[in-house]
Design a protein around this ligand. Structure first.
Ligand code: C2E
Ligand code: MG
Ligand code: MG
Length: 685
């Protein structure tokens, strides 16, 4: 086609563009790209429809967009010869565009991406656009022949690939920014330009020739084209409109599900917290708590329970005092939140509501008695956001609370802080004033009774509640997202201890620290470890990270990546409490850990229970076959140690049998006793 001979009598044809249609074609390319990007966004969101539905729709929008851009672009160009499109080829030409879009979007939306995957998606998209264009060219039937200029032809393909690559790269790397409409619009413009510039460069590469006899005086074909362009453009706008609308609907459904309660259609807890976190000069909050809903559910069934809740919601909505927003914040709790802070107004409004609950509700010939209470609290701008809610909760958690439809205003002298709040409020003080401290439990090689490092365990000497076990306060810190601060503190103290031991005659010791939840995958952990080892000049080999199965199972892939990177930096990583979680053997094989800590429950009935002994033996064998160091936790008796020594070699034991967790001072003393006098007593072999 580049060198095809042109009959000598043929003359070169001068075509011309209708600029209005050229602009229309570019507009369609950009709009389709915008729609495809919006649909693609849904792939990443956990929307109502499955992700692949959005991938297919995005590919359709893009594919048809490329196709109609091309079609209108072709029609915008008129030649003074008779021409029409072959229906079959016109139809076939849309296929490469859709397939290429699908391939490109699939590659670009993968969670793990490399430069290669972008390059591949750019090539897929570029080649798709180009092959659509040249298949489309083949669908033109006319009284003329054409020849390509090879350089322009190749550059049209190169343009398509390069600009698609840039657009997809921006699209994948600025995912967070896509929420900002302007970034999405710019990306759509670049993509639209990729499609159009390929087309028009491709057109510039062709020269048309025709016999002078077949040249038409008037451009009749152009009028025909207008007849074609209008339905294609209208159809395309309609298709894009429907697709864009579906993505907006999906976003809306997603929003409804996330922020509204399905049963009562009231805004839910999330929405409530969002509002609570917004700054406000002053606020008032009233929480209605219904005490006997569970009883109603048990007595009359859940359907009836649902009706009662709906009825309560309706009544509250109806009574809705103009100045308050209503939320369903828990199954049995509704909240009014407002900028109004006039206690009398609140009191009156709530008393009117309370009158309703004093009468039993009539539901399908059943009289239902409600028992409720309403907690009211107010806050000023200077109070922390959560204070308002915490105070209302303190009212509801008061031990003498009755459910007789009273309206109770928070009073700091009566409604003292709940235990949970006391823990949270005291945390910063506890860290700075050494109420929190670490104890260290030795880990001992069972074969030789030599020391194999320590585990750092946290304690809280609380001014009011006395010595607190981590089992009491760690869950509270975890639930309230404060555990990361404490973990950083533990890491710092453990590193400091290693460096002190280094100077005071216990060199080369390892300390293991517990890393909670998904913190293992957090960038903050990397920074905190880095800081601790440089500040205290500690070798990373001396720090071990203990993670739990449950935290790893949540996002196995990223955990594997994080663990590998910590291993590369020299830290060792242990899997704590093995056997209490849900991990599988294949999972264990994939985890690049160094150590397996077998949970106490596996050793408790050993050696008396044959079954338990066999299971423990099997787990040890499995762990050792994977080249893992094995630590048995919670070993308390000589029988258990004897069993372990005879079962396998090189086991490490941690438990009260050897030593309880001790402070650094106690360790100094214990170490002397242990190494000089007692160690022999522990040897079994
Ligand atoms: P863990 O990491 O599995 O720690 C082992 C627990 O077993 C410790 O309890 C230890 O005192 C106890 N233990 C050790 N040997 C024996 C024994 O022979 N018999 C019995 N009955 N218990 C034994 P502790 O210190 O109360 O810690 C409980 C859990 O709290 C830890 O379990 C860990 O999950 C968490 N924890 C402790 N310190 C920290 C910390 O600094 N950060 C985080 N995130 N969690 C911590
Ligand atoms: Mg541990
Ligand atoms: Mg453990």
């Amino acid at each position: 086609m580049f060198t095809s001979s042109v009959p000598p009598a043929y003359v070169e044809l001068a075509g011309h563009y209708s600029w209005m249609f050229v602009l229309l074609s570019i507009l369609i390319a950009c709009l389709s790209s915008y729609t495809a990007l919006s649909l693609n966004e849904r792939v990443r969101k956990n929307g109502f429809f499955h992700q692949s539905v959005w991938l297919v729709l995005a590919s359709l929008a893009m594919g048809f967009g490329i196709w109609s851009m091309h079609f209108i672009g072709m029609s915008a160009f008129s030649l003074p010869v008779a021409m029409h499109f072959s229906h079959l080829w016109t139809f076939v030409s849309v296929i490469p565009a859709i397939l290429a879009s699908f391939l490109a979007f699939t590659l670009a939306s993968r969670s793990t991406q490399s430069f290669l995957s972008f390059a591949l998606s750019g090539v897929a998209m570029g080649v798709g656009i180009a092959s659509m264009h040249y298949t489309g060219m083949a669908s033109m039937v006319m009284d003329a022949v054409y020849r390509y200029n090879i350089w322009l032809f190749l550059s049209s393909i190169a343009i398509a690939i390069v600009v698609s690559f840039i657009a997809l790269y921006i699209f994948s790397n600025l995912k967070q920014l896509m929420e900002k409409r302007i970034v999405k619009i710019i990306t759509a413009l670049i993509m639209g330009l990729a499609i159009s510039s390929m087309h028009y460069t491709g057109m510039a590469a062709v020269t048309f020739y025709a016999s002078p006899d077949s040249i038409l005086r008037d451009h009749a074909s152009h009028t025909d084209m207008t007849m074609l362009i209008v339905p294609v453009a209208v159809g395309m706008f309609f298709l894009l409109g429907v697709l864009l609308f579906s993505s907006i609907m999906d976003r809306y459904i997603d929003y409804r599900i996330s922020y509204f309660d399905g049963l009562t259609r009231l805004p839910n807890r999330r929405q409530f917290e969002k509002m609570l976190n917004k700054p406000a000069a002053s606020r008032g909050l009233a929480i209605w708590h219904f005490h006997n809903l569970e009883k109603i559910n048990n007595g009359y069934g859940y359907a009836c329970g649902d009706q009662v809740i709906q009825r309560i919601a309706d009544e509250l909505r109806e009574a809705h005092p103009g100045f308050k927003e209503l939320y369903r914040i828990e199954g049995n709790r509704f909240a009014f939140l407002s900028e109004e802070t006039e206690p009398d107004l609140f009191q009156k409004a709530m008393e009117t509501i309370a009158l309703k609950w004093k009468e039993p509700l009539l539901l399908e010939e059943k009289w239902i008695e409600l028992s409720s209470v309403c907690a009211v609290s107010f806050s000023k701008g200077a109070d922390p956001h959560h204070q308002l809610y915490a105070n209302a909760l303190a009212v509801l958690e008061h031990p003498l609370l009755k459910y007789e439809h009273d309206i109770i205003l928070y009073d700091s002298t009566i409604h003292t802080f709940s235990f949970e709040q006391e823990i949270l409020n005291g945390l910063a003080r506890a860290m700075s004033e050494d109420e929190l401290f670490l104890v260290y439990q030795p880990k001992i090689f069972a074969d030789t009774s030599r020391l194999n490092g320590f585990e750092a365990l946290i304690r809280w000497r609380h001014p009011v509640h006395g010595m607190l076990s981590p089992a009491v306060f760690i869950p509270i810190l975890e639930q309230n997202h404060r555990i990361d601060d404490v973990t950083d503190w533990v890491i710092d103290r453990a590193a400091r201890q290693i460096s002190q031991w280094e100077k005071s005659g216990l060199p080369g010791q390892k300390i293991a620290v517990n890393i909670p939840g998904t913190y293992i995958t957090s960038a903050r952990l990397t920074a905190s470890l880095e800081k601790a080892i440089t500040h205290h000049r500690v070798d990373p080999k001396q720090l071990e990270l203990e993670i739990t199965e449950t935290s790893v199972v949540q996002s196995a892939e990223s955990a594997i990546r994080a663990i590998s990177s910590f291993r590369k930096q020299g830290f060792s990583v242990a899997l704590d409490d093995f056997g209490t979680g849900v991990s599988s053997l294949s999972f264990l094989r994939q985890m690049p850990i160094t150590t397996l800590k077998i949970d106490k429950s596996f050793v408790d009935r050993v050696p008396h229970s044959e079954k338990d002994s066999a299971i423990l033996h099997a787990i040890i064998t499995l762990g050792q076959s994977l080249n893992l160091n094995i630590v048995i936790e919670g070993v308390e008796t000589a029988d258990q140690v004897r069993f372990l020594v005879t079962t396998a070699r090189s086991l490490t034991v941690q438990g009260y049998y050897y030593a309880r967790p001790m402070t650094a001072d106690e360790i100094a003393k214990w170490r002397l006793d242990f190494s000089e006098t007692l160690r022999e007593d522990y040897l079994f072999s």
